[in-house]
Design a protein. Structure first.
Lengths: 205, 213
C-alpha cells in the first residue's frame, strides 16, 4: 500500500473537497453549534469519531453481509436496495453504542461529548460519508482507503466548524446590519470561507 | 367540517409562505445549498422531497396511535428511509442524468430535518387530511425556495435556465461567457445567494411587523 495515495485521499477529503464548505454536508450543526469555539471543537471531535467508526462498519456490512447473501441468492447486487435503511440503522445504533461505551470507560470524554452525541444521528455528514464511500470505486475496493476518507472528512468538518466559531466569536462585537443578523451573516461568512477553501483546488485528489 | 377544511387550507398555505421550511424555519439547508446550481436539479430534488414528505406524513398519521413515544424517532426514520429508497430507484430509472448529478443528496433526504420535523410536529398528532395538507404545503414551499435559489444562481452563473428535458439560453453564450459570474454556480455562490435571500426576507418581515404595529 502506497502511503502517498493515503495522504492524497486525506488532503482531498479534508481540504479540497471539504465536507462543509464544498460538498455541503453537515450544514445544520455548522450553522447551529458554531457560536463558541470549545463547543464547536467538541462537536467536531464527536463527529470525527462517529464518522470514522460508521464508515468502517457500513463498509463491512455492505461487503461482508449484503453482498455475500445477495450472491447466494443469485445476484451480488440483489440486496443493495436495503443499503439506505441499513446505513441509517447502523449510524443510529453506533451513536448509542459509542455513547454507552464512553460513559462506561471514558467518563471525562463522555462529559465533553455528551450533549452532541444524540444530535449526530441526524447529522447528514455522517450518512453522507457512508454514501460517498459506497458510491466511489476506489473506496469500495479498499477498507483502509475508506477509513482514511471517513477520518479526513471528520477532520475537515472539525476544521470548518472551529474556524467558523472563531469568526463568530469576533463577529459578536461588530456592527452588523439589522436584517443580516443571525443566520444571514453566518451564511455570508461561510461564503468567504468557502472562497478561501477553493484555493486548495488542484491539490491532492 | 367546513371549519376543519378551512384550517387544512390554512395549514397548506402556511407551509408555503409563513412557515416556509427553508427561508423562514431554516431547515433542510444541506440540499438547499448543494443542489441549487441549476433549475432542473432544484425541481427534481423538490419533487423527490414532496413525494417522501407526503408518504411519510400519511403513514405516520395513520399509525400515530400505534407508535410508542420512545421509539417514534426510529420509526419515523425507518419510514422515511423506505420511501427515500423508492424515490431513489424511480429517479434512477426515469431521470438518470439528473439523479447522477444529485449524487448522495437523494439518499440524504433520509436525514433531512424538514421531514422528521413535520412527522414529529404535525403528522404524529393530527388526522390524515391535515397531515396531507401540511406535507403538500411544506413540500411546495421547499420546492419554491429551491427553485428560486436555482434560478438566481443559474441565470447569473451560466446565463441559462435548465428544465428537465430542455435548456433555455437567455443570451448568446459567446456574448455571455466573458461576463459570466461563474462563482455563482460554485460552492461559495450557494452560501452567498442564500445569505442574501434570507437577509432580504428578514428585512421584509421586519418592515411588515413595524407597519402592522
Amino acid at each position: 500500500m502506497d502511503i502517498g495515495v493515503l495522504i492524497g485521499i486525506f488532503i482531498g477529503a479534508a481540504l479540497v473537497n471539504n465536507f462543509v464548505l464544498s460538498t455541503f454536508l453537515g450544514i445544520c450543526p455548522f450553522l447551529g453549534v458554531s457560536r463558541k469555539v470549545d463547543m464547536a471543537f467538541g462537536m467536531g471531535c464527536a463527529v470525527t469519531f462517529v464518522m470514522t467508526i460508521s464508515g468502517i462498519v457500513t463498509w463491512l456490512i455492505v461487503h461482508g453481509i449484503l453482498t455475500p447473501i445477495g450472491a447466494w441468492l443469485g445476484n451480488p447486487e440483489s440486496l443493495y436496495f436495503l443499503k439506505y435503511v441499513t446505513f441509517i440503522m447502523v449510524i443510529a445504533s453506533m451513536v448509542q453504542l459509542v455513547e454507552m461505551y464512553l460513559r462506561k470507560f471514558f467518563p471525562s470524554l463522555y462529559t465533553a461529548f455528551g450533549v452532541f452525541l444524540p444530535l449526530i444521528t441526524t447529522n447528514c455528514a455522517i450518512l453522507g460519508a457512508c454514501l460517498l464511500i459506497d458510491m466511489n470505486e476506489i473506496y469500495r475496493a479498499s477498507l483502509l482507503k475508506s477509513t482514511v476518507f471517513a477520518f479526513a472528512g471528520g477532520i475537515g468538518f472539525m476544521m470548518a466548524i472551529t474556524i467558523m466559531a472563531g469568526i463568530r466569536e469576533h463577529l459578536r462585537f461588530s456592527d452588523v446590519p439589522k436584517a443580516l443578523r443571525g443566520p444571514a451573516i453566518t451564511l455570508l461568512t461561510a461564503c468567504i470561507l468557502s472562497l478561501a477553501f477553493m484555493g486548495f483546488a488542484g491539490m491532492g485528489k | 367540517m367546513a371549519e376543519e377544511n378551512g384550517s387544512n387550507l390554512q395549514q397548506f398555505v402556511d407551509g408555503i409562505i409563513k412557515n416556509n421550511p427553508v427561508l423562514v424555519q431554516l431547515l433542510g439547508m444541506c440540499p438547499t445549498l448543494a443542489v441549487t446550481n441549476s433549475v432542473d436539479n432544484a425541481l427534481v430534488m423538490g419533487a423527490a422531497v414532496i413525494f417522501v414528505l407526503v408518504m411519510s406524513n400519511m403513514v405516520t398519521s395513520l399509525f400515530r396511535h400505534l407508535i410508542q413515544p420512545h421509539v417514534r424517532i426510529l420509526v419515523f426514520t425507518l419510514t422515511i428511509a423506505t420511501f427515500v429508497t423508492i424515490a431513489d430507484l424511480v429517479l434512477k430509472a426515469y431521470v438518470f442524468e439528473v439523479s447522477k448529478k444529485l449524487g448522495p443528496f437523494v439518499p440524504l433526504i433520509i436525514v433531512n430535518c424538514i421531514i422528521i420535523a413535520r412527522a414529529e410536529v404535525v403528522a404524529s398528532r393530527s388526522g390524515l387530511l391535515r397531515s396531507l395538507a401540511d406535507a403538500l404545503g411544506c413540500g411546495l414551499g421547499f420546492t419554491l425556495a429551491l427553485t428560486l435559489l436555482g434560478l438566481v444562481r443559474e441565470v447569473l452563473g451560466a446565463g441559462s435556465i435548465t428544465l428537465p428535458g430542455w435548456r433555455i439560453l437567455l443570451c448568446d453564450p459567446k456574448v455571455f461567457e466573458p461576463h459570466a459570474w461563474v462563482i455563482m454556480i460554485m460552492p461559495p455562490g450557494a452560501f452567498l445567494t442564500l445569505g442574501v435571500v434570507i437577509g432580504i426576507i428578514t428585512q421584509i418581515r421586519m418592515r411588515s411587523a413595524r407597519g402592522g404595529a
